[in-house]
Write a protein that binds this ligand. Structure first.
Ligand SMILES: *Cc1c(COP(=O)(O)O)cnc(C)c1O
Length: 385
């Protein structure tokens, strides 16, 4: 039986005795201040500027994607990526029920509907078997694959790498290819996570990353679309920057588009953070190793490790607590009472107000994960404590 007290003691052994220990605190140093100051001094604080290009090229080089398109946040990145994957209004998009609400909201923003599937107990990611069940039951039509459960065309599949742990992306991509359905990767949480050395977000037709304040690298708010295809990248850039045709002074726009460009000020912060990313990744790996070792002896508690064959960024370290919601909530109460900011996983999307009326696949594993996983303090600075 898990004792909440024992979890508090174990966490304190690793993170030290600061009265408040946040779940994930941005790590800002003189370097960030210097880059942001340079940006302010340049007066190019808004949607045009050299930091945006430098940040895009830096993320592309880091992930191995041919192109990066910096945008206002991860949600807008996913919305545009879905549009460019030819998801249409009225389509279904297959989404894990265990994800942050943005994954489903981006689907709604393009007029499509999420069709929620189950999760994999080992990776916390979308279950490939659950997706295979939907695709196998689907009807092939001249217009594409039609979901048996809803009568809607299946426009895309959106896997997500939960807490930074890579899901079984190679298997999913080959399954999707068999059925000719596009994969758009929600790599919002997994900057620095790789499968067989290949960066997450580069397996699908397009991928997206978030740089929100709580992510491993922050631009304040921000996101990026990553893609290998030149034409998709060109269209992503065009559509997120008002679809303006290049001209020295004319304002001519050739489609209804968005103002989703990342401001240069945010990109300046991103450029500095990107320089420090290898250090963040190293710190998180050391923190994860200390948690793993400390929790090994705690009964009823399992530290969540990176899946075999993958390299996780350990964005949020987490433990699985045996005993269901009641014990999970005891642990959440005891840790938070002690100043240790711990959090459960998100409430499952198929049960949230905007989505609970939708049909969905059976999701027993996601329900079990929701009842048992607790995210624990994961700031890179904790590796030094
Ligand atoms: C953070 C996050 C997003 C959205 O990113 P924002 O930048 O906050 O819009 C999307 N999906 C997942 C899984 C996330 O964790």
């Amino acid at each position: 039986m898990t004792s909440a007290r024992e979890v508090v003691t174990a966490l304190r052994d690793v993170v030290g005795d600061e009265p408040f220990v946040g779940l994930h605190i941005p790590d800002i140093t003189a370097l960030e201040k210097q880059r942001v100051q340079e940006c302010l001094d340049s007066t190019f604080v808004s949607s045009v500027g050299a930091f945006v290009t430098e940040f895009e090229q830096g993320i592309a080089a880091f992930t191995g994607a041919a192109h990066g398109i910096a945008v206002s946040n991860g949600t807008s990145a996913l919305q545009v990526a879905l549009e460019l994957a030819d998801v249409r209004a009225g389509d279904d998009v297959i989404v894990p029920t265990l994800s942050f609400v943005a994954t489903a909201n981006a689907v709604s923003h393009v007029g499509a509907q999420p069709y929620f599937v189950d999760s994999d107990p080992d990776t916390l990611g979308m279950s490939v078997e659950s997706v295979a069940g939907v695709l196998r039951a689907a009807r092939s039509t001249p217009d594409g694959l039609v979901n048996e459960a809803t009568g809607r065309r299946i426009g895309a599949i959106v896997p997500m790498h939960t807490l930074g742990h890579p899901m079984r992306i190679a298997e999913l991509v080959s399954l999707a290819a068999e059925y000719d359905v596009a994969v758009v990767e929600d790599a919002a949480e997994s900057l620095g996570s790789r499968v067989g050395g290949v960066h997450t977000g580069t397996f699908g037709r397009l991928g997206i990353i978030s740089f929100n304040g709580n992510k491993i690298l922050t631009t304040g708010g921000g996101g990026m679309i990553i893609a290998d295809d030149d034409e998709l990248a060109r269209r992503a850039r065009h559509r997120t920057t008002t679809a303006k045709l290049p001209h020295r002074w004319e304002f001519e726009h050739d489609e209804v588009a968005y103002n989703y460009r990342m401001p240069n000020l945010n990109a300046a912060l991103g450029v500095a953070q990107l320089e420090r990313l290898p250090g963040f990744l190293d710190a998180k790996r050391r923190l994860a190793a200390r948690y793993r070792e400390r929790f090994a002896g705690v009964p009823g508690v399992t530290f969540l490790d990176e899946p075999p064959g993958t390299e996780s960024n350990y964005w949020l370290c987490a433990v699985r607590i045996d005993g269901g919601f009641a014990v999970r909530d005891e642990v959440l109460a005891a840790t938070n009472d002690d100043g240790l900011q711990c959090r459960p996983l998100w409430n499952l999307l198929h049960a949230q107000a905007p989505y609970r009326h939708l049909p969905h696949a059976a999701v027993p594993t996601a329900e079990a994960l929701h009842a048992s996983v607790v995210c624990i303090p994961s700031s890179p600075a904790l590796a030094a404590s």
